[in-house]
Ligand binder design. Structure first.
Ligand SMILES: Nc1ncnc2c1ncn2[C@@H]1O[C@H](COP(=O)(O)OP(=O)(O)OP(=O)(O)O)[C@@H](O)[C@H]1O
Length: 302
């Protein structure tokens, strides 16, 4: 029999998994798996268990929100062998899962998690940590925790965030040196994000050729300071209309990028606190994780 480790955060999504476990385990067993369930006991427990036990199983399935998924992926990145990863979303937002066509209904997600539709995913290495879909800094990073599902892409997401902070008067500016093979700059920024676009709830991409989750590239968006509410409005418009020629932000794609600053910059990784840091090195670990997904994972839906 195939062996599965199911790592489950009992508190994710305010206990969203309670009452759903029988349906999920049934789906796993019907797919031919002998299931071991591990209930996480606190922060970082999912990372430890994934790292230590990955080699014992044919598949690992995570049930939780973005935070738990991030922890499991971190554990897999640190493990010697990496079994296929399945995901039963049980958080409050689940941007990442929906962009991969994974069902909101746990028993349906379990069928996908145990299924044979597989997709390689790029994983971001962020100093000695990892992220699945987004690393961001700036004044609005708390807001980005709550990005709604209808936000379709990197620009839409940023524009939404900016809409949300129009009432704020003091937007902090960060002086940062940015270095990648494609771009070197030193400037003031109010916000920045490095993201695997499609996975930020983004079914549409700004490039007609589409953006893949396994192309080894991240999209980088760095927003320059705004002086007044009118400029903030123009910035939001440029983002919403995908005006990549705008001089209000810098936008490019890269596989490796570093940020350094004299002052500490607070980052978020997949919506969780990523640290207050002077130096950040981000590398795209191309196709590092094989993920069990639903249908049509990229660029097809809206
Ligand atoms: N037994 C536990 N008790 C308390 N916290 C836990 C436990 N197990 C895991 N955690 C922590 O809970 C954190 C939040 O989980 P997660 O992000 O998956 O759920 P969520 O916050 O409800 O979902 P979302 O982030 O999608 O809104 C994880 O980062 C993890 O460290």
């Amino acid at each position: 029999m195939k062996r599965m480790l199911w790592i489950l955060n009992p508190h994710a999504g305010r206990g969203a998994m309670s009452g759903k476990i029988i349906g999920c385990v049934t789906a796993f067993q019907q797919a031919g798996y002998d299931v071991t369930i591990y209930i996480t006991q606190g922060a970082q427990d999912a990372t430890r268990v994934a790292r230590e036990r990955a080699g014992e199983f044919d598949r690992i399935v995570c049930a939780g929100g973005d935070g738990t998924l991030n922890e499991v992926i971190t554990g897999l990145m640190q493990a010697e062998t990496r079994p296929v990863l399945g995901y039963v979303p049980a958080g409050t937002t689940n941007d990442f899962a929906f962009s991969l066509g994974i069902s909101k209904v746990p028993a349906e997600a379990a069928v996908i998690a145990a299924g044979d539709t597989l997709q390689a995913l790029d994983i971001g290495r962020f100093n000695d940590r990892y992220f699945n879909y987004i690393a961001a800094f700036g004044a609005f990073t708390e807001v980005s925790y709550e990005t709604p599902q209808q936000t379709k892409n990197i620009f839409g997401r940023a524009a939404y965030i900016i809409e949300g902070i129009k009432a704020l008067t003091n937007i902090k500016t960060y002086h940062i040196r940015v270095n990648s093979a494609e771009t070197q700059m030193e400037d003031d920024f109010i916000y920045g994000m490095v993201t695997n676009t499609v996975s930020v709830g983004g079914f549409k991409t700004i490039r007609p050729d589409g953006v893949a989750l396994d192309d080894g590239l991240y999209e980088v968006l760095l927003i320059y300071p705004v002086e007044n509410p009118m400029e903030l409005q123009w910035l939001a418009n440029d983002l919403l209309t995908h005006n990549v020629e705008s001089n209000r932000f810098a936008y490019f794609r890269t596989s490796k990028i570093s940020f350094s600053s004299d002052d500490e910059v607070t980052w978020t990784l997949d919506g969780e606190f990523g640290g207050a840091l002077h130096n950040v090195q981000i590398t795209n670990c191309s196709r590092a994780i094989t993920f069990a997904t639903g249908k049509e994972p990229e660029g097809k839906e809206s």
